[in-house]
Ligand binder design. Structure first.
Ligand code: FES
Length: 126
């Protein structure tokens, strides 16, 4: 992948984030902050408790372009997935789905939303 392609994917998702905003009467919320820079992500979601499926998710927050792109791609990937699948969504699998190389130093940016979802939402809804 060229650097231009990398920039295109990240800029596209950070400038036009998918599922950015809030939900009407969410079933739950989760938020996290990256302590090293203060960037944050807030997730709102709906869950079908019977089927144990995440039916909708939106996010807000302030952060670097990689944080925003990570949250944007995450919401696209997990909507409609079972909570079990989301709980097993690994950091490496997500980076692969993100489709761009991420240096170790920037992993905490790209993974902020996934880790928040996995650790807060999934734990409390399973
Ligand atoms: Fe703060 Fe990326 S620089 S999360």
């Amino acid at each position: 992948m060229t650097f231009d392609m990398y920039r295109e994917i990240i800029i596209d998702h950070s400038k036009n984030p998918r599922n950015f905003g809030t939900l009407d009467k969410p079933d739950g919320t989760a938020s996290a902050e990256n302590p090293s820079c203060g960037d944050n992500v807030d997730l709102q979601y709906h869950v079908d408790a019977k089927k144990k499926v995440l039916t909708d998710i939106k996010f807000t927050g302030t952060g670097c372009s990689l944080t925003k792109a990570g949250a944007s791609v995450l919401t696209e990937q997990v909507k409609g997935k079972s909570l079990k699948d989301i709980a097993g969504y690994t950091d490496d699998a997500f980076i692969a789905d993100l489709g761009v190389p991420v240096t170790p130093a920037r992993k905490k940016c790209a993974l902020l939303a996934l880790r928040t979802l996995r650790e807060q939402v999934i734990k409390t809804t399973q």
